[in-house]
Design a protein around this ligand. Structure first.
Ligand SMILES: Cc1ncc(COP(=O)(O)O)c(C=O)c1O
Length: 372
């Protein structure tokens, strides 16, 4: 597998991962000789492309063991979270939100809960950086929104049966490893292609089939309706009922290829990432920097957020940038967590399996110089 890389040390994979050449080749093939639309038309090209897009639904089900789920194509996780919250018509008297949520998971549900006068509770974190289900006053909620892995802490969360409808943000987890959705407590799950070795502009929302009755699509248009008359219309069932308009066809096919590559290399990715986490952990220990979520837990994603006393996180990111090391700094769209941790922001170095020990050692050398 050849990963296409920019020059320099790319440690911003939690924002967007890099992409294998095979995925780019899928895009080139589509845009050069297969370009056509899906779901309509009788010609061969349209049929072929429709079939390829439909096959990706199957690949996503296979990747997440999600045969009990509908796979709805979206443009990214943010879009998935918004359509889900807007289309959810089940009970919402109480909402539980983990303090680790990215704004794209928090805000659509916060907005809906406010409109429906629902009680909103927050799921905190205990001293082991685990979600503190024990601290909740209520035994169950109508809806809970919980991230599979925080984009600041990188720890993989346990999803307990705490609500009748459990929504899980898979944006950070999906590009590193799968999760067995059929055997989980999860009712809805979403992720973005661009964080999973895939192209921009594609993503998916997975909804447990037995919970589909709680969803009423409200984006209307071509592709989502079965019939239209001058005084009525009938929507298609899921998944197509939630997919009006032309999807990002090439990007969906590219996402399918990317997931295939991750699946084929699952074992290698797991062991490589374990090594990276271990080495990064040692670097932080040696430099005496405590990253958020430090529990010596080897199961975490290779993602490290930290602050250095006396140095603004943006200044540190710029300093690293001068040495061609690309990290993210700021609030990471996780305002709830920033408040919870009592900080305004942090530096985040996020790696993927294709990063190397040599890069980590350069990162260490540069960081050492600046914290002296
Ligand atoms: C945990 C998490 N959820 C959701 C998102 C939103 O992803 P996208 O911008 O692809 O919609 C991100 C992006 O950084 C994220 O880290």
């Amino acid at each position: 597998m050849e990963i296409l890389r920019p020059k320099g040390i790319y440690f911003d994979n939690a924002a967007t991962s890099l992409m294998p050449r095979e995925v780019l080749e899928v895009l080139i093939e589509h845009y050069s000789v297969k370009r056509s639309n899906v779901g309509r038309g009788m010609h061969d090209l349209g049929k072929e492309v429709t079939q390829k897009v439909e096959e990706v639904r199957g690949k996503i089900q296979e990747y997440f063991n999600a045969y009990d789920f509908y796979v709805i194509f979206t443009f990214n996780s943010t879009f998935a979270s918004n359509i889900l919250a807007l289309s959810y018509t089940g009970p919402l008297n109480s909402l539980l939100i983990s303090v680790e949520e990215h704004n794209s998971s928090y805000l659509p549900w916060f907005h809906k809960a406010r409109k429906e006068n629902a009680i909103i509770d927050f799921l905190k974190i205990n001293e082991k950086w685990e979600l503190d289900y024990e601290s909740l006053d209520k035994e169950s909620y109508d809806v809970a929104v919980i991230t599979a892995a925080s984009n600041v802490i990188g720890k993989v969360n346990e999803i307990k049966k705490i609500a009748d409808f459990i929504v899980v943000d898979g944006a950070q987890l999906a590009g590193h490893r799968s999760i067995d959705l059929d055997h989980s407590n999860i009712d809805a799950f979403y992720f973005s292609s661009h964080k999973c070795l895939g192209p921009y502009g594609a993503g998916a929302l997975l909804i447990r089939k037995e919970k589909a009755k709680l969803i009423t699509p409200n984006y209307l248009g071509g592709g989502a309706v079965k019939s239209v008359t001058s005084d009525n219309y009938v929507l298609k069932p899921l998944p197509h009922g939630l997919e009006p308009g032309t999807p990002c066809i090439a990007e969906i096919i590219g996402l399918g290829k990317a997931l295939e590559i991750i699946k084929e290399n699952e074992k290698m990715i797991e062991s490589k990432e374990k090594e990276l986490v271990k080495e990064m952990h040692e670097v932080f220990e040696e430099l005496n920097i405590n990253y958020y979520g430090n529990t010596k837990d080897n199961g975490k994603l290779p993602l490290f957020s930290f602050n250095v006393e006396g140095l603004h996180y943006n200044a540190l990111a710029l300093y690293l940038n001068e040495h061609n090391i690309y990290v993210r700094s700021g609030h990471h769209c996780a305002h709830l967590l920033m408040d919870y941790l009592g900080i305004k922001g942090s530096v985040r170095a996020s790696l993927h399996f294709y990063n190397t020990s040599e890069e980590i050692q350069t990162f260490k050398k540069v960081l050492k110089k600046v914290i002296k």
